[in-house]
Design a protein around this ligand. Sequence first.
Ligand code: PCO
Length: 189
Amino acid sequence: MTEPLKLLVCCTGSVAAIKIPLLLQQLKDIIPGLSIKLVATQNSLHFFDTTSLPESVQLYTDSDEWDTWSKIGDKVLHIELRRWADMMLIAPCDANTMAKISGGICDNLLCCVVRAWDLAKPLLYCPAMNTAMWEHPLTGKQIAVLEGFGYIRLGPISKVLACGDAGLGAMSEVADIVNSVKDKIGKVK
Ligand code: PCO
């Protein structure tokens, strides 16, 4: 029997995280046999109800990193997750996380997995932030660094944002994210 493809979905504290339950459901519906784990930053938990996630999706938060380790010999969660995954999807990827992963900061579970990521495996990220943040010159510098690692960027797209501004900064549509994952993960094994 062939092993299921394993996708690590990571979400950050952009308001676009409201779409996480829908995104996970669509990934499960459209990519049969996909095994999914979710890493959520503390701020992302503000935007969705963890009880509305598909049952088969295991959720990890920062406290799991510490709760699962007490002595030498215990498993280190961010390393277990980077070993487990065939592919990583960061959706939404907020401005703070883009800055952190392009600079190597690893002060939460999500960023630790990225810092330890095997660059031979695909990493897709979907930026989501206010237009003014997106258009700031720092963003271009960070994109260039992430591109250098081979990370694949999807979006952002232009729409009316949560604050009422209209412009680039919205997370790509869920259907487009699912199609991109399907395309990339299909080529992994
Ligand atoms: C914050 N940022 C945002 C984040 C990006 N927004 C979006 C969309 C949602 C509604 O369709 C929120 C998913 O606008 O991805 O709005 C400051 S304005």
